[in-house]
Design a protein around this ligand. Structure first.
Ligand code: HEC
Length: 532
Protein backbone atom coordinates (compact mmCIF):
# COMPACT_ATOMS: atom_id res chain seq x y z
CA UNK A 1 0.00 0.00 0.00
CA UNK A 2 1.18 3.50 -0.66
CA UNK A 3 1.05 6.34 -3.07
CA UNK A 4 3.33 7.90 -5.60
CA UNK A 5 3.33 11.36 -7.06
CA UNK A 6 4.59 12.10 -10.49
CA UNK A 7 4.48 15.41 -12.23
CA UNK A 8 2.95 15.72 -15.69
CA UNK A 9 4.06 19.23 -16.36
CA UNK A 10 2.68 22.69 -16.02
CA UNK A 11 -0.50 24.01 -17.54
CA UNK A 12 -2.75 26.98 -17.14
CA UNK A 13 -6.26 26.70 -15.77
CA UNK A 14 -8.92 27.96 -18.12
CA UNK A 15 -10.62 30.50 -15.90
CA UNK A 16 -13.14 32.12 -18.13
CA UNK A 17 -16.07 32.47 -15.76
CA UNK A 18 -18.07 35.60 -16.35
CA UNK A 19 -18.98 37.93 -13.54
CA UNK A 20 -16.58 36.80 -10.85
CA UNK A 21 -13.05 38.10 -10.86
CA UNK A 22 -10.64 35.23 -10.34
CA UNK A 23 -6.94 35.38 -9.82
CA UNK A 24 -5.14 34.12 -12.88
CA UNK A 25 -2.96 31.19 -12.03
CA UNK A 26 -0.66 28.74 -13.71
CA UNK A 27 -1.14 25.51 -11.88
CA UNK A 28 0.70 22.24 -11.82
CA UNK A 29 -1.09 19.23 -13.20
CA UNK A 30 -0.05 16.24 -11.21
CA UNK A 31 -0.86 12.60 -11.74
CA UNK A 32 -0.79 10.39 -8.71
CA UNK A 33 -1.21 6.71 -8.19
CA UNK A 34 -2.92 5.25 -5.14
CA UNK A 35 -3.02 1.54 -4.41
CA UNK A 36 -5.94 -0.10 -2.69
CA UNK A 37 -6.37 -3.81 -2.12
CA UNK A 38 -8.31 -4.48 -5.31
CA UNK A 39 -7.74 -1.43 -7.41
CA UNK A 40 -4.97 0.87 -8.43
CA UNK A 41 -6.33 4.40 -8.69
CA UNK A 42 -4.96 7.22 -10.79
CA UNK A 43 -5.63 10.76 -9.65
CA UNK A 44 -5.20 13.88 -11.68
CA UNK A 45 -5.36 17.08 -9.71
CA UNK A 46 -4.81 20.78 -9.92
CA UNK A 47 -4.92 23.71 -7.56
CA UNK A 48 -8.00 25.91 -7.55
CA UNK A 49 -7.46 29.63 -6.87
CA UNK A 50 -9.29 30.34 -3.64
CA UNK A 51 -8.80 32.16 -0.36
CA UNK A 52 -5.74 30.56 1.23
CA UNK A 53 -6.84 31.04 4.84
CA UNK A 54 -9.40 28.51 5.91
CA UNK A 55 -10.93 25.44 4.36
CA UNK A 56 -14.33 23.89 3.80
CA UNK A 57 -16.79 23.75 0.96
CA UNK A 58 -18.21 20.85 -0.99
CA UNK A 59 -18.89 19.17 -4.33
CA UNK A 60 -21.91 18.12 -6.35
CA UNK A 61 -22.68 17.27 -9.98
CA UNK A 62 -24.85 19.12 -12.46
CA UNK A 63 -25.06 17.50 -15.90
CA UNK A 64 -21.56 16.51 -16.98
CA UNK A 65 -19.82 19.02 -14.68
CA UNK A 66 -18.70 18.81 -11.09
CA UNK A 67 -19.57 21.92 -9.10
CA UNK A 68 -17.08 22.96 -6.44
CA UNK A 69 -18.12 25.30 -3.65
CA UNK A 70 -15.19 26.81 -1.74
CA UNK A 71 -15.29 27.76 1.92
CA UNK A 72 -15.58 31.45 1.05
CA UNK A 73 -18.48 30.85 -1.31
CA UNK A 74 -17.07 30.77 -4.83
CA UNK A 75 -18.50 28.21 -7.24
CA UNK A 76 -16.46 26.56 -9.99
CA UNK A 77 -17.37 23.98 -12.61
CA UNK A 78 -14.91 21.21 -13.43
CA UNK A 79 -14.98 18.46 -16.03
CA UNK A 80 -11.43 17.37 -15.29
CA UNK A 81 -8.43 18.69 -13.41
CA UNK A 82 -7.49 20.53 -16.60
CA UNK A 83 -10.88 22.08 -17.20
CA UNK A 84 -11.91 24.23 -14.24
CA UNK A 85 -13.87 27.45 -14.58
CA UNK A 86 -15.30 30.01 -12.19
CA UNK A 87 -19.06 30.35 -12.60
CA UNK A 88 -21.16 33.49 -12.46
CA UNK A 89 -23.08 32.32 -9.41
CA UNK A 90 -23.11 34.58 -6.39
CA UNK A 91 -23.79 32.79 -3.14
CA UNK A 92 -26.22 33.98 -0.46
CA UNK A 93 -24.98 36.45 2.13
CA UNK A 94 -23.58 34.61 5.14
CA UNK A 95 -23.24 37.77 7.22
CA UNK A 96 -19.44 37.68 7.34
CA UNK A 97 -19.09 41.42 6.74
CA UNK A 98 -21.53 42.09 9.57
CA UNK A 99 -19.66 39.65 11.81
CA UNK A 100 -16.44 41.60 11.20
CA UNK A 101 -18.22 44.82 12.22
CA UNK A 102 -19.71 43.28 15.36
CA UNK A 103 -16.29 41.92 16.35
CA UNK A 104 -15.16 45.56 16.75
CA UNK A 105 -17.80 46.33 19.37
CA UNK A 106 -16.69 47.19 22.88
CA UNK A 107 -18.76 44.43 24.48
CA UNK A 108 -16.89 41.73 22.55
CA UNK A 109 -13.38 42.92 23.32
CA UNK A 110 -12.64 39.80 25.37
CA UNK A 111 -13.86 37.44 22.65
CA UNK A 112 -11.63 35.76 20.09
CA UNK A 113 -12.77 35.83 16.48
CA UNK A 114 -11.87 33.43 13.68
CA UNK A 115 -13.38 34.87 10.55
CA UNK A 116 -12.52 32.03 8.20
CA UNK A 117 -14.61 29.71 10.38
CA UNK A 118 -17.73 31.41 9.00
CA UNK A 119 -17.87 29.27 5.95
CA UNK A 120 -19.91 27.57 3.26
CA UNK A 121 -20.15 23.89 4.08
CA UNK A 122 -21.91 22.07 1.29
CA UNK A 123 -23.51 22.28 -2.14
CA UNK A 124 -26.05 19.83 -3.48
CA UNK A 125 -27.86 19.54 -6.79
CA UNK A 126 -31.35 18.11 -6.23
CA UNK A 127 -34.27 17.09 -8.35
CA UNK A 128 -37.70 16.67 -6.82
CA UNK A 129 -41.01 15.85 -8.49
CA UNK A 130 -41.73 19.49 -9.19
CA UNK A 131 -38.38 21.25 -9.59
CA UNK A 132 -34.61 21.05 -9.67
CA UNK A 133 -32.03 23.32 -8.16
CA UNK A 134 -29.04 23.86 -5.93
CA UNK A 135 -28.91 23.82 -2.16
CA UNK A 136 -26.19 25.49 -0.12
CA UNK A 137 -25.45 24.92 3.54
CA UNK A 138 -23.47 27.50 5.52
CA UNK A 139 -23.00 29.26 8.82
CA UNK A 140 -25.02 32.47 8.78
CA UNK A 141 -24.41 35.40 11.09
CA UNK A 142 -27.39 37.54 12.08
CA UNK A 143 -26.28 41.13 12.72
CA UNK A 144 -29.46 42.34 14.37
CA UNK A 145 -29.38 39.73 17.11
CA UNK A 146 -25.61 39.13 17.03
CA UNK A 147 -26.09 35.39 16.75
CA UNK A 148 -25.60 32.58 14.22
CA UNK A 149 -27.28 29.52 12.75
CA UNK A 150 -26.81 26.74 10.22
CA UNK A 151 -28.70 27.89 7.14
CA UNK A 152 -29.80 26.10 3.97
CA UNK A 153 -30.58 28.21 0.91
CA UNK A 154 -32.13 27.02 -2.35
CA UNK A 155 -31.69 28.26 -5.89
CA UNK A 156 -34.52 26.86 -7.98
CA UNK A 157 -33.32 26.47 -11.56
CA UNK A 158 -35.13 27.03 -14.79
CA UNK A 159 -36.39 23.59 -15.89
CA UNK A 160 -34.49 23.94 -19.19
CA UNK A 161 -31.08 24.20 -17.56
CA UNK A 162 -28.91 21.15 -18.24
CA UNK A 163 -25.35 22.37 -17.93
CA UNK A 164 -23.23 24.33 -15.49
CA UNK A 165 -22.41 27.07 -17.99
CA UNK A 166 -26.06 28.04 -18.24
CA UNK A 167 -26.09 28.87 -14.54
CA UNK A 168 -25.99 32.37 -13.22
CA UNK A 169 -27.36 33.82 -10.00
CA UNK A 170 -27.25 36.90 -7.86
CA UNK A 171 -27.22 36.84 -4.07
CA UNK A 172 -30.90 37.66 -3.85
CA UNK A 173 -31.91 34.79 -6.15
CA UNK A 174 -31.28 32.36 -3.31
CA UNK A 175 -34.00 31.69 -0.80
CA UNK A 176 -33.24 30.53 2.70
CA UNK A 177 -35.42 27.42 3.21
CA UNK A 178 -34.25 26.52 6.69
CA UNK A 179 -32.41 27.95 9.70
CA UNK A 180 -31.48 26.01 12.80
CA UNK A 181 -33.06 27.14 16.06
CA UNK A 182 -32.24 28.90 18.32
CA UNK A 183 -29.87 31.51 16.92
CA UNK A 184 -26.74 30.93 19.06
CA UNK A 185 -25.01 33.80 20.89
CA UNK A 186 -21.32 34.55 20.52
CA UNK A 187 -19.21 32.50 22.89
CA UNK A 188 -16.72 34.09 25.26
CA UNK A 189 -14.96 30.83 25.99
CA UNK A 190 -12.49 29.65 23.33
CA UNK A 191 -13.74 31.25 20.04
CA UNK A 192 -16.81 33.44 19.43
CA UNK A 193 -18.23 31.32 16.57
CA UNK A 194 -16.74 27.90 15.97
CA UNK A 195 -17.89 27.34 12.41
CA UNK A 196 -15.47 24.43 12.01
CA UNK A 197 -17.82 22.56 14.39
CA UNK A 198 -20.91 23.31 12.26
CA UNK A 199 -21.19 19.89 10.62
CA UNK A 200 -23.18 21.33 7.76
CA UNK A 201 -23.27 18.53 5.20
CA UNK A 202 -26.55 17.82 3.45
CA UNK A 203 -28.10 14.86 1.62
CA UNK A 204 -31.23 14.68 -0.52
CA UNK A 205 -33.85 11.95 -0.57
CA UNK A 206 -36.64 12.02 -3.14
CA UNK A 207 -39.25 13.27 -3.30
CA UNK A 208 -38.32 16.35 -1.24
CA UNK A 209 -36.37 15.65 1.96
CA UNK A 210 -33.07 17.32 2.77
CA UNK A 211 -31.08 15.86 5.66
CA UNK A 212 -28.73 18.18 7.50
CA UNK A 213 -25.94 16.98 9.77
CA UNK A 214 -25.86 19.87 12.24
CA UNK A 215 -22.89 20.22 14.58
CA UNK A 216 -22.96 21.61 18.13
CA UNK A 217 -20.53 24.51 17.41
CA UNK A 218 -18.61 23.43 20.52
CA UNK A 219 -21.53 24.10 22.86
CA UNK A 220 -20.60 20.95 24.72
CA UNK A 221 -19.87 21.84 28.34
CA UNK A 222 -16.15 21.89 27.55
CA UNK A 223 -15.69 24.77 25.12
CA UNK A 224 -18.89 26.45 26.32
CA UNK A 225 -20.77 26.30 29.59
CA UNK A 226 -23.90 24.83 28.05
CA UNK A 227 -24.56 21.45 26.41
CA UNK A 228 -26.96 21.63 23.47
CA UNK A 229 -26.59 18.30 21.63
CA UNK A 230 -28.81 16.58 24.23
CA UNK A 231 -31.56 19.24 24.11
CA UNK A 232 -34.18 18.07 21.59
CA UNK A 233 -35.41 21.63 21.03
CA UNK A 234 -32.06 22.90 19.84
CA UNK A 235 -31.16 22.01 16.24
CA UNK A 236 -27.46 21.46 16.97
CA UNK A 237 -25.72 18.16 17.53
CA UNK A 238 -28.64 16.75 15.54
CA UNK A 239 -29.54 15.14 12.27
CA UNK A 240 -32.38 17.27 10.90
CA UNK A 241 -34.85 16.44 8.12
CA UNK A 242 -36.29 19.36 6.17
CA UNK A 243 -39.22 18.95 3.81
CA UNK A 244 -38.54 21.21 0.85
CA UNK A 245 -42.21 21.45 -0.08
CA UNK A 246 -43.58 22.52 3.31
CA UNK A 247 -40.31 23.90 4.79
CA UNK A 248 -41.08 21.92 7.95
CA UNK A 249 -38.08 20.61 9.85
CA UNK A 250 -37.92 17.78 12.34
CA UNK A 251 -35.22 16.30 14.55
CA UNK A 252 -34.24 12.81 13.34
CA UNK A 253 -31.60 11.97 15.95
CA UNK A 254 -29.75 13.70 18.77
CA UNK A 255 -26.45 13.51 20.64
CA UNK A 256 -24.10 14.17 17.69
CA UNK A 257 -20.96 16.29 17.94
CA UNK A 258 -19.65 17.44 14.56
CA UNK A 259 -21.21 15.16 11.97
CA UNK A 260 -19.36 16.06 8.77
CA UNK A 261 -20.53 13.37 6.42
CA UNK A 262 -24.03 12.25 5.58
CA UNK A 263 -25.02 9.65 3.01
CA UNK A 264 -27.91 7.34 2.19
CA UNK A 265 -26.88 3.80 1.31
CA UNK A 266 -28.44 1.68 -1.42
CA UNK A 267 -30.96 0.24 1.02
CA UNK A 268 -32.15 3.72 1.91
CA UNK A 269 -30.35 3.70 5.27
CA UNK A 270 -28.98 7.06 6.43
CA UNK A 271 -25.41 7.22 7.82
CA UNK A 272 -23.37 10.01 9.36
CA UNK A 273 -19.60 10.19 9.73
CA UNK A 274 -18.86 12.12 12.83
CA UNK A 275 -15.77 14.10 13.66
CA UNK A 276 -15.16 13.15 17.28
CA UNK A 277 -12.79 14.27 19.96
CA UNK A 278 -9.36 12.70 19.96
CA UNK A 279 -10.05 9.06 19.07
CA UNK A 280 -13.81 9.42 18.89
CA UNK A 281 -14.48 9.54 15.15
CA UNK A 282 -17.64 7.58 14.50
CA UNK A 283 -19.73 6.11 11.74
CA UNK A 284 -23.31 6.14 12.93
CA UNK A 285 -26.27 4.37 11.42
CA UNK A 286 -28.98 6.98 11.87
CA UNK A 287 -32.12 5.60 13.46
CA UNK A 288 -35.13 7.87 13.89
CA UNK A 289 -35.36 9.02 17.51
CA UNK A 290 -31.98 7.63 18.61
CA UNK A 291 -29.56 9.45 20.93
CA UNK A 292 -25.87 9.01 20.02
CA UNK A 293 -24.72 10.17 23.41
CA UNK A 294 -22.54 13.23 22.81
CA UNK A 295 -21.21 14.69 25.08
CA UNK A 296 -22.22 12.25 27.80
CA UNK A 297 -20.54 9.34 26.09
CA UNK A 298 -17.66 9.22 23.65
CA UNK A 299 -14.85 6.87 22.72
CA UNK A 300 -12.49 9.83 22.46
CA UNK A 301 -10.63 11.96 24.95
CA UNK A 302 -9.95 15.67 25.05
CA UNK A 303 -7.06 16.71 22.85
CA UNK A 304 -4.84 16.72 25.92
CA UNK A 305 -5.83 13.03 26.41
CA UNK A 306 -7.74 13.74 29.61
CA UNK A 307 -11.28 12.41 29.86
CA UNK A 308 -13.96 14.88 28.84
CA UNK A 309 -15.25 16.33 32.12
CA UNK A 310 -18.93 15.76 31.51
CA UNK A 311 -18.85 12.16 30.30
CA UNK A 312 -20.56 9.45 32.31
CA UNK A 313 -17.95 6.84 31.55
CA UNK A 314 -14.36 6.74 30.35
CA UNK A 315 -13.65 5.05 27.03
CA UNK A 316 -17.00 3.27 26.92
CA UNK A 317 -20.07 3.82 24.78
CA UNK A 318 -22.73 1.57 26.19
CA UNK A 319 -25.61 3.67 27.45
CA UNK A 320 -26.55 5.50 24.26
CA UNK A 321 -26.76 4.36 20.63
CA UNK A 322 -23.21 3.20 19.93
CA UNK A 323 -21.29 3.92 16.74
CA UNK A 324 -21.28 1.14 14.14
CA UNK A 325 -17.52 1.66 14.06
CA UNK A 326 -15.19 4.21 15.67
CA UNK A 327 -11.58 5.12 14.85
CA UNK A 328 -8.85 4.98 17.47
CA UNK A 329 -6.60 6.82 16.92
CA UNK A 330 -8.87 9.39 15.36
CA UNK A 331 -8.72 10.10 11.64
CA UNK A 332 -10.84 13.30 11.57
CA UNK A 333 -13.80 12.25 9.44
CA UNK A 334 -14.76 14.99 6.99
CA UNK A 335 -17.25 13.55 4.53
CA UNK A 336 -19.11 10.43 3.44
CA UNK A 337 -20.48 9.23 0.12
CA UNK A 338 -22.04 6.12 -1.39
CA UNK A 339 -20.14 4.42 -4.24
CA UNK A 340 -22.07 3.01 -7.16
CA UNK A 341 -20.84 2.12 -10.63
CA UNK A 342 -17.15 2.79 -9.97
CA UNK A 343 -15.97 -0.80 -9.95
CA UNK A 344 -17.81 -4.00 -9.09
CA UNK A 345 -15.49 -4.62 -6.14
CA UNK A 346 -16.50 -1.27 -4.59
CA UNK A 347 -20.18 -1.13 -5.47
CA UNK A 348 -22.45 -0.23 -2.57
CA UNK A 349 -19.60 0.69 -0.24
CA UNK A 350 -19.39 3.97 1.67
CA UNK A 351 -16.33 6.12 1.14
CA UNK A 352 -15.29 8.35 4.03
CA UNK A 353 -12.82 11.23 3.64
CA UNK A 354 -10.51 12.23 6.48
CA UNK A 355 -8.39 15.26 7.37
CA UNK A 356 -5.71 14.17 9.86
CA UNK A 357 -5.94 10.61 8.48
CA UNK A 358 -5.04 11.94 4.99
CA UNK A 359 -6.84 8.90 3.63
CA UNK A 360 -10.05 7.58 2.23
CA UNK A 361 -11.78 4.75 4.08
CA UNK A 362 -13.79 2.32 1.97
CA UNK A 363 -16.40 0.96 4.31
CA UNK A 364 -18.39 -2.18 3.60
CA UNK A 365 -21.63 -2.16 5.54
CA UNK A 366 -23.87 -5.13 5.73
CA UNK A 367 -27.20 -4.60 7.45
CA UNK A 368 -26.29 -2.91 10.69
CA UNK A 369 -22.59 -3.71 10.87
CA UNK A 370 -19.30 -2.81 9.27
CA UNK A 371 -17.50 -5.72 7.64
CA UNK A 372 -14.30 -3.75 6.98
CA UNK A 373 -12.94 -0.23 6.61
CA UNK A 374 -10.11 -0.23 4.07
CA UNK A 375 -7.67 2.65 4.42
CA UNK A 376 -6.47 4.15 1.13
CA UNK A 377 -3.71 6.64 1.70
CA UNK A 378 -3.92 9.86 -0.34
CA UNK A 379 -1.38 11.94 1.58
CA UNK A 380 -3.49 15.10 1.80
CA UNK A 381 -6.13 16.42 4.16
CA UNK A 382 -9.29 15.50 2.24
CA UNK A 383 -12.15 17.88 2.85
CA UNK A 384 -14.67 16.22 0.58
CA UNK A 385 -15.18 13.08 -1.51
CA UNK A 386 -17.85 12.98 -4.19
CA UNK A 387 -18.78 10.57 -6.95
CA UNK A 388 -19.47 12.37 -10.20
CA UNK A 389 -22.39 11.40 -12.46
CA UNK A 390 -19.95 9.69 -14.89
CA UNK A 391 -18.60 7.45 -12.11
CA UNK A 392 -15.30 9.23 -11.40
CA UNK A 393 -14.45 10.06 -7.82
CA UNK A 394 -13.56 13.64 -7.01
CA UNK A 395 -11.59 14.83 -3.98
CA UNK A 396 -11.35 18.37 -2.63
CA UNK A 397 -8.41 18.84 -0.31
CA UNK A 398 -7.39 21.46 2.23
CA UNK A 399 -4.43 22.49 0.08
CA UNK A 400 -7.06 23.44 -2.52
CA UNK A 401 -6.49 20.58 -4.95
CA UNK A 402 -9.33 19.16 -6.94
CA UNK A 403 -8.43 15.55 -7.78
CA UNK A 404 -10.27 13.27 -10.21
CA UNK A 405 -9.80 9.56 -9.45
CA UNK A 406 -10.27 6.70 -11.90
CA UNK A 407 -9.29 3.04 -11.94
CA UNK A 408 -5.83 2.70 -13.47
CA UNK A 409 -5.54 0.93 -16.82
CA UNK A 410 -2.05 -0.10 -15.80
CA UNK A 411 -3.29 -2.46 -13.15
CA UNK A 412 -1.83 -4.97 -10.75
CA UNK A 413 -2.19 -7.66 -13.44
CA UNK A 414 -0.17 -5.79 -16.04
CA UNK A 415 2.41 -4.95 -13.41
CA UNK A 416 2.60 -8.64 -12.53
CA UNK A 417 3.14 -9.55 -16.19
CA UNK A 418 5.80 -6.86 -16.65
CA UNK A 419 7.66 -8.21 -13.63
CA UNK A 420 7.23 -11.79 -14.81
CA UNK A 421 8.70 -11.02 -18.24
CA UNK A 422 11.47 -8.87 -16.76
CA UNK A 423 12.52 -11.62 -14.35
CA UNK A 424 12.15 -14.68 -16.62
CA UNK A 425 15.26 -16.35 -17.92
CA UNK A 426 15.20 -14.83 -21.44
CA UNK A 427 17.82 -13.11 -23.49
CA UNK A 428 17.00 -9.63 -24.76
CA UNK A 429 15.81 -10.79 -28.16
CA UNK A 430 13.48 -13.39 -26.66
CA UNK A 431 12.17 -10.92 -24.11
CA UNK A 432 11.35 -8.51 -26.88
CA UNK A 433 9.65 -11.18 -29.03
CA UNK A 434 7.44 -12.17 -26.12
CA UNK A 435 6.44 -8.59 -25.44
CA UNK A 436 5.51 -8.14 -29.10
CA UNK A 437 3.46 -11.36 -29.12
CA UNK A 438 1.71 -10.40 -25.91
CA UNK A 439 1.03 -6.94 -27.29
CA UNK A 440 -0.77 -8.64 -30.17
CA UNK A 441 -3.05 -10.60 -27.80
CA UNK A 442 -3.80 -7.39 -25.90
CA UNK A 443 -5.06 -5.66 -29.02
CA UNK A 444 -8.20 -7.71 -28.38
CA UNK A 445 -7.93 -9.23 -24.92
CA UNK A 446 -7.74 -7.69 -21.49
CA UNK A 447 -5.91 -9.40 -18.66
CA UNK A 448 -8.12 -7.61 -16.12
CA UNK A 449 -10.33 -9.98 -14.19
CA UNK A 450 -13.83 -10.07 -15.66
CA UNK A 451 -13.22 -7.44 -18.34
CA UNK A 452 -14.69 -9.16 -21.42
CA UNK A 453 -15.30 -6.13 -23.61
CA UNK A 454 -13.99 -7.14 -27.08
CA UNK A 455 -13.01 -10.70 -26.31
CA UNK A 456 -12.83 -12.89 -23.20
CA UNK A 457 -10.54 -11.74 -20.38
CA UNK A 458 -7.40 -13.87 -20.17
CA UNK A 459 -6.94 -13.27 -16.43
CA UNK A 460 -8.16 -16.68 -15.34
CA UNK A 461 -7.98 -18.73 -18.53
CA UNK A 462 -5.47 -21.39 -17.62
CA UNK A 463 -7.32 -24.51 -16.47
CA UNK A 464 -10.72 -22.85 -16.98
CA UNK A 465 -13.60 -24.38 -18.96
CA UNK A 466 -13.33 -23.54 -22.63
CA UNK A 467 -15.64 -20.76 -23.80
CA UNK A 468 -17.28 -20.16 -20.44
CA UNK A 469 -16.48 -16.62 -19.24
CA UNK A 470 -19.21 -13.93 -19.23
CA UNK A 471 -18.00 -12.78 -22.66
CA UNK A 472 -21.12 -12.45 -24.83
CA UNK A 473 -19.65 -12.89 -28.31
CA UNK A 474 -18.42 -16.52 -28.30
CA UNK A 475 -18.69 -18.48 -31.51
CA UNK A 476 -20.47 -21.83 -31.43
CA UNK A 477 -17.05 -23.37 -31.96
CA UNK A 478 -15.86 -22.34 -28.47
CA UNK A 479 -19.19 -22.12 -26.66
CA UNK A 480 -20.10 -25.68 -27.65
CA UNK A 481 -16.75 -27.17 -26.79
CA UNK A 482 -16.26 -29.27 -23.67
CA UNK A 483 -13.11 -29.53 -21.58
CA UNK A 484 -10.67 -27.22 -19.90
CA UNK A 485 -7.75 -25.19 -21.20
CA UNK A 486 -4.79 -27.47 -20.62
CA UNK A 487 -1.27 -26.59 -21.66
CA UNK A 488 -1.59 -28.70 -24.82
CA UNK A 489 -4.97 -27.26 -25.77
CA UNK A 490 -3.78 -23.70 -25.34
CA UNK A 491 -0.66 -24.29 -27.39
CA UNK A 492 -2.70 -25.90 -30.18
CA UNK A 493 -5.34 -23.14 -30.16
CA UNK A 494 -2.80 -20.33 -30.23
CA UNK A 495 -0.80 -21.94 -33.00
CA UNK A 496 -3.77 -22.37 -35.31
CA UNK A 497 -7.16 -21.33 -33.84
CA UNK A 498 -9.23 -22.49 -36.83
CA UNK A 499 -7.62 -25.91 -36.92
CA UNK A 500 -8.22 -26.42 -33.20
CA UNK A 501 -11.79 -25.03 -33.20
CA UNK A 502 -13.19 -24.73 -36.73
CA UNK A 503 -15.48 -21.71 -36.88
CA UNK A 504 -13.78 -19.75 -34.07
CA UNK A 505 -13.77 -15.99 -34.49
CA UNK A 506 -10.28 -15.63 -33.08
CA UNK A 507 -7.92 -14.99 -35.99
CA UNK A 508 -4.54 -16.63 -36.31
CA UNK A 509 -2.05 -14.26 -34.74
CA UNK A 510 0.72 -15.54 -36.99
CA UNK A 511 2.91 -16.65 -34.10
CA UNK A 512 4.36 -20.01 -35.05
CA UNK A 513 7.62 -20.11 -33.09
CA UNK A 514 7.09 -23.01 -30.62
CA UNK A 515 9.29 -21.29 -28.02
CA UNK A 516 7.19 -18.10 -28.06
CA UNK A 517 3.95 -20.08 -27.97
CA UNK A 518 5.23 -22.06 -25.00
CA UNK A 519 6.15 -18.84 -23.20
CA UNK A 520 2.69 -17.38 -23.82
CA UNK A 521 1.16 -20.51 -22.30
CA UNK A 522 3.53 -20.18 -19.33
CA UNK A 523 2.44 -16.61 -18.86
CA UNK A 524 -1.26 -17.54 -19.02
CA UNK A 525 -0.54 -20.15 -16.39
CA UNK A 526 1.35 -17.71 -14.17
CA UNK A 527 -1.38 -15.06 -14.37
CA UNK A 528 -4.14 -17.61 -13.85
CA UNK A 529 -2.38 -19.20 -10.93
CA UNK A 530 -1.46 -16.32 -8.69
CA UNK A 531 -0.98 -18.22 -5.46
CA UNK A 532 1.92 -16.42 -3.81
C1 HEC B 1 -8.13 -9.95 -33.24
C2 HEC B 1 -8.56 -10.20 -31.88
C3 HEC B 1 -7.82 -11.27 -31.11
C4 HEC B 1 -6.46 -11.44 -30.96
C5 HEC B 1 -5.33 -10.62 -31.58
C6 HEC B 1 -6.31 -12.54 -30.05
N1 HEC B 1 -7.51 -13.04 -29.68
FE1 HEC B 1 -7.86 -14.58 -28.44
N2 HEC B 1 -9.82 -14.46 -28.78
C7 HEC B 1 -10.43 -13.52 -29.54
C8 HEC B 1 -11.85 -13.81 -29.63
C9 HEC B 1 -12.89 -12.99 -30.39
C10 HEC B 1 -12.06 -14.98 -28.91
C11 HEC B 1 -13.36 -15.75 -28.78
C12 HEC B 1 -13.33 -16.70 -29.94
C13 HEC B 1 -14.58 -17.52 -30.18
O1 HEC B 1 -15.57 -17.34 -29.49
O2 HEC B 1 -14.51 -18.35 -31.09
C14 HEC B 1 -10.77 -15.36 -28.38
C15 HEC B 1 -10.56 -16.46 -27.54
C16 HEC B 1 -9.37 -16.75 -26.92
C17 HEC B 1 -9.18 -17.77 -25.93
C18 HEC B 1 -10.24 -18.72 -25.43
C19 HEC B 1 -11.16 -18.00 -24.46
C20 HEC B 1 -12.15 -18.83 -23.68
O3 HEC B 1 -12.93 -18.22 -22.97
O4 HEC B 1 -12.17 -20.05 -23.83
C21 HEC B 1 -7.87 -17.74 -25.56
C22 HEC B 1 -7.19 -18.62 -24.53
C23 HEC B 1 -7.26 -16.68 -26.30
N3 HEC B 1 -8.19 -16.08 -27.13
C24 HEC B 1 -5.92 -16.32 -26.18
C25 HEC B 1 -5.30 -15.41 -27.03
C26 HEC B 1 -3.89 -15.14 -26.98
C27 HEC B 1 -2.89 -15.75 -25.99
C28 HEC B 1 -3.65 -14.23 -27.96
C29 HEC B 1 -2.31 -13.67 -28.37
C30 HEC B 1 -1.36 -14.62 -28.88
C31 HEC B 1 -4.91 -13.92 -28.59
N4 HEC B 1 -5.88 -14.65 -27.99
C32 HEC B 1 -5.07 -13.01 -29.62
C33 HEC B 1 -9.84 -12.45 -30.17
C34 HEC B 1 -8.47 -12.28 -30.30
Amino acid sequence: MGFRWFCLGVFALGLTGGGIALPSAAETGEKQQFDSIFLRLVGEGSTVPTEPAGSGGGLTSLGDAVLLLTHEGKIFSARSARDIEGLAIETPDNGLAAYRRVAELERYQNFTFMFHWIRYNDILYYRSDSEHGLLLSYTEFNEENECYVNAIAALVLNPEIRSAEELSARREDWEVVYRTRPCLPLKEQWRAIEGHMAGGRIAFEAPATVYLASGDYHWDGIYAPEVIAQDPDKHYGKVMAIDLASRQARVVSIGHRNPQGIAIDRNGQLWVAEHGMRGGDELNRVIEGANYGWPEETLGTKYNRLPAPNTRSYGRHETFAAPTIAWLPGVAASNLTLIKGFHESWDGDLLMATLAGKSLFRIRVRDDRVVFAERIEIGKRIRYVHQHSDGRLVLWTDDKSLIFLTVAVQSFVTEFMDDYIANADYDDIQRNQIKVALGRCMECHSFEPRVHTNSPSLAAMFGASIGSTDYRGYSEALKGRDGRWSRADLAAFLEDPAAYAPGTTMPDSGIDDPFILEQLVNLLEAVGNTAE
